[in-house]
Write a protein that binds this ligand. Structure first.
Ligand code: 13P
Length: 258
């Protein structure tokens, strides 16, 4: 059984007051879900300066807080970087790795693999993001690109750690464009990723791996995407910046606990 995850990636948005107000509204909205509502795991990844304030507000509740990136290094002279231990120290449980907006700035697949390993070594759950550009899709390279990002990202991950890993398939052409992948397009890539996970570890490990979809997920398209059996949740950008739309996406999750 894979409980869906709905995570809001706030990216470089909001100021302190807005981040706190949003966290509070999401917290209250999640708390008000009826007892019989389908179980959903909810998380948010605020920008570094607001992580601790948001974490404080959500402490003791069910919503996890994660960083948007981390250093592959443990500590030392790495100006501007933040380590896994620092994120864990302020109460983060998760961290995004290899978001396409970082890969586009030059982050390599190999570096993402080192970051995944650093996150796991630091007791954080990495959310490994993979996805192809429009040019790569048009050239028929989607499977090759996504699987190479995935395999490099999880190179150091043992089968026993797969339950401490999340993957997010985020086609670059769907991020912030309003143009989401169709349920069929996303489902196809999710199935490829799961088969790759089965080859890499085992079918049982692959069946336990939660693979989220990201890229213009909105209240209007969430139910259709989340109904795909291989889609185990969503990583949401723009629509996570207001509580009503984020909460509607949470409520669009099917009941996977049955
Ligand atoms: P949008 O939902 O704004 O397309 O962003 C998706 C994303 O990049 C989440 O990490």
């Amino acid at each position: 059984m894979r409980i869906p995850v709905i995570a809001g990636n706030w990216k470089m948005n909001l100021d302190r007051a807005a981040a706190i107000a949003l966290a509070r509204a999401v917290r209250d909205g999640v708390a008000m879900r009826p007892a019989g509502a389908p179980p959903v795991e909810v998380g948010v990844t605020p920008a570094y300066p607001y992580l601790e304030a948001v974490r404080g507000l959500l402490r003791g509740g069910p919503i996890w807080v994660g960083g948007q990136d981390l250093s592959p290094e443990k500590n030392g002279a790495f100006t501007g970087e933040v380590s896994a231990a620092m994120l864990a120290d302020i109460g983060c449980s998760h961290v995004l790795v290899g978001h396409s907006e970082r890969r586009q700035m030059g982050e390599s697949a190999e570096l993402c693999g080192r970051k995944v390993a650093a996150a796991l070594a630091g007791a954080l759950i990495p959310v490994l993001c993979v996805g192809e550009t429009l040019a790569q899709r048009d050239a028929g390279k989607t499977a090759a690109v996504v699987l190479e990002q995935f395999e490099s990202g999880v190179r150091g991950v043992a089968a026993a750690d797969v339950s401490r890993l999340l993957v997010a398939y985020e086609p670059v052409w769907a991020i912030g464009t309003g143009r989401n992948a169709t349920a069929a397009q996303a489902g196809e890539v999710h199935a490829l990723l799961r088969d790759c996970a089965a080859r890499n570890w085992s079918r049982a490990a692959a069946d336990s791996l939660r693979i989220l979809y990201g890229g213009s997920v909105k209240p209007e398209n969430a139910a259709e995407l989340l109904a795909v059996p291989d889609i185990d949740g969503a990583l949401v950008g723009g629509a996570a910046l207001t509580a009503p739309s984020f909460l509607k996406i949470i409520d669009a999750c099917p009941n996977r606990a049955r």
